[in-house]
Design a protein around this ligand. Structure first.
Ligand code: NAD
Length: 271
């Protein structure tokens, strides 16, 4: 597979297309990730709060794929901002790994106001977290973090799909040299993607599915993306996006679907 690598601000590389496991049942995670690895995914995005790190870890161990060929991300939950070292060790243990490729602060939880302390904790993890970053950081959170950080986050992972493009957060991230990852890239199943006219038109034009068109829109915008599915045929579909290219006009028409339609929590609301 020709999955492009994106170079981060710390010099490390990340496969631009990966596989997300939010809401994958812990009992199903091993099967789902095993199938994703069989299909060709090498970048897996999990989190402590998903409760499925152990299943992800079992799938990695059983796959026999050399560790250096995998890119594994997990995340620090909000109640561990002042307890980073122990939370990180728990995640490593559950994953059965001695390092992760990317460790992220899951939410800023600004009402708790401990995200700068959390970041200082991530900065101390050294080689066991090859890259470090954040999720769900709005410009105001980035500004505060950058004023006190030694290391600029490599990643800001935010909710991003055609109906919610978070242009302020994207601009603030890129201006600081931070790569943007799109979570909920397909709108988390809330939309009938094929009912959105520009998506349907591009799908028809290229002989691809609506989901493939939307994944392509993320990739051509330079975002790192990891759609989730538990269905093997959709795993195959979602990775089969490197044999076509959306035109500038198709890209612009999909971008015009912006309607500030947030599916997840607002970063200032979640504690
Ligand atoms: P997503 O946009 O990837 O949507 C997944 C849903 O889309 C599936 O459940 C299915 O209903 C549908 N789908 C998938 N493939 C399809 C296809 N080919 N055709 C039609 N429908 C299809 O949503 P997500 O899982 O929330 O986001 C992706 C990943 O982002 C997560 O698994 C997780 O790793 C990460 N994430 C991070 C945060 C965060 O706060 N950092 C929050 C949510 C998700």
């Amino acid at each position: 597979e020709g999955i492009p690598l994106v170079t981060l601000n710390d010099g490390k590389t990340i496969p631009q297309l990966g596989f997300g496991v939010f809401k994958v049942d812990p009992d199903e995670a091993e099967r789902v990730v095993t199938e994703a690895l069989e299909v060709g995914y090498r970048h897996i995005d999990t989190a402590a709060i998903y409760g499925n790190e152990e299943g992800v870890g079992r799938a990695i161990a059983k796959s026999g794929i050399p560790r250096e060929e995998l890119f594994i991300t997990t995340k620090l939950w909000n109640d561990r901002h002042l307890d980073v070292e122990a939370a990180f060790e728990e995640s490593l243990q559950k994953l059965g790994l001695d390092y992760v490729d990317l460790y992220l602060v899951h939410w800023p939880a600004p009402k708790n106001d401990n995200y700068v302390a959390a970041w200082k904790g991530l900065e101390k993890l050294g080689d066991r977290a090859r890259s470090i970053g954040v999720c769900n950081f709005l410009p105001e959170h980035l500004e505060k973090l950058l004023a006190e950080a030694t290391t600029v986050p490599a990643i800001n992972q935010i909710e991003l799909h055609p109906a919610l493009q978070q242009r302020d957060a994207v601009e603030a991230s890129l201006a600081a040299g931070i790569t943007v990852e799109s979570w909920g890239p397909l709108g988390q199943g809330r939309f009938d993607l094929g009912a959105e006219e520009p998506i349907a038109a591009a799908a028809k034009n290229h002989g691809k599915t609506p989901a493939q068109v939307v994944i392509r829109w993320h990739l051509q915008n330079g975002f790192v993306v990891f759609p989730k599915t538990v269905t093997k045929s959709r795993m195959v579909e979602n990775i089969d996006v490197f044999d076509f290219e959306l035109s500038d006009e198709e890209m612009a028409a999909i971008t015009a679907l912006e309607r500030n339609d947030r599916g997840g929590s607002h970063p200032n609301d979640l504690n």
